[in-house]
Design a protein around this ligand. Structure first.
Ligand SMILES: [Zn+2]
Length: 242
């Protein structure tokens, strides 16, 4: 037992000595290297020392200052993960962050998904269905026609539609002097009036489609007439009050 304890003590003291020697060696090396460094610095020119000083200042002061916003920015980005631009914006320090300008707009755009979704545009209003007892609205060749004639013709064609389910349209309404002249020159003699005297040129005549003598018997009810009977039965005009 005694020999075991003394052996252990010897082992501990030896280990301690080794550690002590090593520590002193490291200390000596540190002192030596510091002295060596001082010696080397003393050897440097003034310009070289300035560079060294600037380098030290840069690494000790400037680099931490630059890295601080990145560190805090990283935290900000983690806290604000929902904003797409959060990371880049919070990497700028609070003082540098602009209070107004396009970047603010970018933030708003990025936050937009949190706002209620935009209301889709309302569909175009569907026009009410037309009365099935009315013919389709007149759209063909209605320009420059005497409104009284147009109104009477529309009433006439509505009756024809209700009785016979036939739609009457305007085949020819108002004509310019040139159009009448061309028609006069093209059609056989007697089929069209010479230019200057046709009621079409004054908007006072309509040639209608789907002519039938049956339909013409209703013209009088609407203050209309077909003055060229036998020649141009579909040509109608207003009956002038006597
Ligand atoms: Zn005519």
């Amino acid at each position: 037992m005694d020999s075991d304890i003394s052996g252990f003590k010897r082992y501990v003291s030896t280990t301690c000595k080794v550690i002590k020697n090593k520590m002193s060696t490291y200390l000596e090396l540190a002192v030596l290297s510091t002295k060596d460094l001082q010696r080397r610095i003393k050897k440097l020119s003034k310009r070289q020392r300035d560079y060294l000083f600037q380098g030290l200042v840069l690494s000790v002061l400037v680099l931490p200052m630059i890295s601080i916003p990145f560190i805090t920015g990283g935290a900000g980005a983690r806290a604000n993960t929902k904003t797409a631009t959060g990371k880049s914006l919070s990497s700028i320090s609070a003082k540098q962050r602009p209070t107004s300008g396009p970047s603010r707009g970018v933030v708003r755009t990025a936050v937009a998904p949190q706002q209620p979704a935009p209301v889709p545009p309302a569909p175009a209003p569907v026009p009410p269905p037309r009365d099935p007892n009315l013919p389709p609205v007149l759209t063909q060749n209605t320009q420059n026609i005497n409104p009284v004639l147009l109104k009477r013709f529309d009433a006439f064609r509505t009756l024809i539609f209700q009785r016979y389910r036939v739609v009457l349209e305007i085949k020819s309404g108002w004509r310019s002097y040139q159009e009448q002249a061309q028609l006069y020159a093209t059609l056989p003699r007697g089929r069209a009036n010479p230019p200057g005297i046709s009621q079409h040129e004054f908007g006072n005549a309509i040639d209608y489609t789907n002519f039938s003598p049956t339909y013409n018997q209703y013209l009088g009810q609407f203050g209309l007439k077909a003055p060229y009977r036998g020649k141009e039965n579909w040509h109608i005009e207003i009956v002038e009050p006597h």
